[in-house]
Design a protein. Structure first.
Length: 264
């Protein structure tokens, strides 16, 4: 976890030369020695450095978390400020990317379909913040792509023995894990679902392939990407695609869609 430093000016002495001459005279007369000198230096300090960790913060934008940075750091990293943090010494910095957004290594990054074009791919590369990151958690806050192949779409022309039911032929979303095993591609409706993938030292590629006949729109998906530290209590056991920690609840398959979806 990173840390930010912010220098705050406490006040400006009106006559520095006069203050120092007076201080030296007092030291010579009183002979108070080093302790008084140290106290005087502290009183004359012009700046105080405020340090705060770059933790997740709640922004003033509905449905968005950010990372606590100084305003200059947020701007330099390409984020947008939304609210304050660290007792107002920092700003809550939001990172949002869409298709062709290049690469990013910020925690709580939002990957959206706002720049989606039918008949093309929509991708983003996620690089881990540092070597202490072991996993990426993808939260599908909104995820509505075309459904997979269903029984009604199978025609007589389909070769005997081939089973396309559940295949993501029109739209698909996939994640690469260089050096490891990539999870299966998904499609259909997966709003509210999540997925854990190993964070690769070679970065992970998130990619949505959108068919020319797709009904997906520019609001098709919003995916929150959280970088999970190796020593975090939220780290899933190795090999888990989903990880649930609540005592009660409902576990659904991808594209369950209230029992209206097709099993992928």
């Amino acid at each position: 976890m990173g840390q930010s430093s912010l220098a705050m000016q406490q006040g400006k002495a009106s006559s520095p030369a006069f203050v120092w001459v007076t201080l030296l005279l007092l030291l010579a007369v009183s002979g108070l020695g080093q302790n008084l000198t140290e106290r005087a230096m502290k009183q004359l300090s012009v700046f105080t450095v405020v340090k705060f960790p770059n933790t997740v913060c709640s922004s003033s934008t509905s449905g968005r978390n950010g990372t606590c940075y100084t305003a200059s750091e947020c701007s330099a990293k390409g984020g947008s400020t939304s609210g304050s943090c660290a007792s107002s010494f920092g700003v809550c910095c939001i990172f949002e990317k869409s298709c062709g957004g290049g690469s990013i290594s910020e925690n709580s990054t939002y990957f959206t379909s706002s720049a989606l074009t039918k008949g093309s791919s929509c991708g983003l590369t996620i690089c881990r913040r540092d070597s202490g990151i072991c996993q990426l958690r993808l939260d599908y806050e909104t995820f509505v792509l075309n459904n997979p192949v269903t029984a009604t779409t199978i025609t007589l022309a389909t070769p005997v023995g081939s089973n396309r039911i559940g295949s993501c032929d029109t739209d698909s979303f996939s994640v690469t894990v260089p050096g490891g095993k990539s999870p299966p591609a998904i499609c259909g409706t997966n709003t509210g679902q999540h997925m854990y993938v190993p964070a690769s030292s070679q970065c992970n590629n998130l990619n949505a392939n959108i068919g020319s006949a797709s009904t997906a729109t520019t609001s098709a998906f919003t995916i929150k990407v959280t970088q999970v530290e190796c020593n975090s209590k939220t780290k899933a056991p190795n090999g888990c695609l989903e990880y649930f920690t609540s005592d009660t609840g409902t576990i659904e398959t991808y594209n369950y869609n209230s029992a209206a979806g097709v099993l992928l």
